[in-house]
Ligand binder design. Structure first.
Ligand code: ATP
Ligand code: MG
Length: 427
């Protein structure tokens, strides 16, 4: 998708006439809210990505309607209010899921923080409604705070810096960077994702505050950090995110084991495997399975645990199964990945050495995890620069049966929607 920077005409210093190519149903959803009398915009990452000429992952909607009013517009069957500390509405519209949230203002300071020995600025609750402008200023970075009205074709840059920062690819905190990182240390991780994924640079005051506050990341709720890790692993740019975390010194506070091993050939191999998985996701060859990403990162460390050289697979057997389990737990600590994903990663790792035994072919192909394990096999082969076509023929794509259809498998690997609440990460 192309951004239409040249068509931008300023209406006043914050509002610009602008055209963006948006899916028809997204515009309809906004119209629906506007026709019911509510100010409504597409916000956040989608607008940033469109202006960068990238395809947005999803569309976050921000509106003056309260969650109950949103539910009344779309009906209880299509709209569900989720979250407690950060209430928003999941709206199913033409088969797609949208997160619709009410304009909120920056949260007040919590006086419970001192009691719990937490930094005074750390945000524990984020639920007071506000205006569109207030909603823009409670967001993290200028490039994430642009609002777009697809009915009027108006782009609103409340901070006055968003468009300029997108054009220059700069991450700039809104307000005082030190305070913003203290309020929510996960913002540091979010800044570095932009650095890794889009080659942004960090504006100097924001960068200084980031360097000064890296260790604060450990104070974030474990559930949020686990969710971030899940998003990074499901993204097609996770290896780039991890590289940026390492370059800026954040990795020891997020994935300490990977950080400690970073300069070893095992970590190098792990990043290469993840990079190959990501290339395949970007090319549309593979879906964005979190468990496959976990397995790519863990595989080299299983080799190490089993006393093998880099790229030299272990012998199958009970000892290696224990090693696989241990490594999967150890590598992602202190974050805890969902059991379902860990088990799936474990199964595809266990099958890897079996691919060298052609006699076991029939049995292997009929194993539940074969498709997943085959993907990992091909990733390994691509990284080793082996002849891959031959291997693809030898190990054909499994014929989907009832429990192995792409839809079922996708479901199996994806967290249930209920858990995708994003406090206070969301829009
Ligand atoms: P992605 O492409 O990964 O979805 P995103 O910027 O849209 O990137 P979301 O988690 O979907 O990320 O958040 C949507 C928007 O909500 C962000 O663009 C930003 O404006 C706001 N936001 C998210 N997390 C925070 C946070 N921790 N602090 C302040 N604002 C946030
Ligand atoms: Mg988003």
């Amino acid at each position: 998708m192309r951004g239409h920077r040249h068509s931008t005409k300023t209406v006043n210093n914050k509002i610009m006439k602008h055209e963006l190519q948006l899916p028809r149903h997204v515009v309809e959803l906004i119209s629906e809210l506007q026709n019911a009398g509510f100010e409504s915009y597409i916000v956040g990452g989608a607008i940033r990505d469109l202006l960068l000429g990238r395809k947005p992952k999803d569309f976050d909607i921000s509106t003056s309607a309260t969650p109950e009013e949103v539910r009344a517009v779309f009906g209880r069957r299509s709209a569900r209010i989720i979250g407690k500390r950060f209430r928003l509405v999941h709206v199913i519209w033409e088969g797609d899921l949208f997160e619709v949230s009410t304009f909120r203002q920056a949260p007040g300071r919590s006086n419970t923080n001192a009691k719990h020995d937490l930094p005074g600025n750390l945000i524990l609750s984020d639920n007071s409604f506000g205006t569109a402008e207030e909603d823009a200023f409670r967001r993290d970075f200028t490039v994430n705070a642009l609002f777009f009205d697809p009915v009027k074709n108006e782009l609103i840059d409340f901070t006055g810096k968003g468009v300029e920062d997108i054009n220059n690819r700069v991450v700039r905190a809104i307000g005082t960077p030190q305070v913003r990182f203290e309020e929510d240390p996960v913002r540091m991780l979010r800044a570095l994702k932009l650095v890794g994924q889009y080659d942004f640079t960090i504006e100097s005051a924001t960068e200084n505050a980031l360097f000064a506050n890296l260790a604060l990341l450990q104070l974030s709720a474990t559930s949020r950090l686990a969710l971030e890790l899940e998003k990074i692993l499901s993204s097609a740019y996770g290896d780039k995110h991890l590289q940026a975390f390492h370059d800026y010194g954040l990795l020891p506070f997020f994935l300490p084991q990977l950080a400690a091993a970073w300069d070893t050939p095992y970590a190098d191999y792990a990043l290469n495997l993840l990079n190959e998985r990501n290339c395949r996701v970007r090319e549309g060859i593979y879906r964005n399975s979190v468990s496959l990403a976990m397995a790519t990162l863990a595989l080299p460390f299983v080799e190490r645990e089993c006393g093998c050289k880099v790229g030299e697979l272990w012998q199958p057997g009970p000892d290696s199964t224990i090693a696989i389990r241990d490594v999967l737990k150890w590598l992602f600590k202190p974050q805890t990945m969902m059991n379902r994903m860990t088990l799936s990663a474990e199964r595809m790792l266990i099958l890897q050495p079996l691919f060298s035994d052609k006699k076991a072919k029939e049995k292997l192909i009929n194993t539940k995890s074969y498709s997943h394990a085959r993907e990992l096999l091909l990733i390994r082969a691509a990284v080793a620069e082996d002849e891959i076509e031959e291997l693809e023929r030898l190990w054909p794509v499994a014929i989907p049966h009832r429990h192995n259809s792409p839809r079922q498998r996708e479901k199996h690997d994806r967290p249930p929607r209920r858990r995708r609440r994003k406090y206070p990460t969301s829009t």
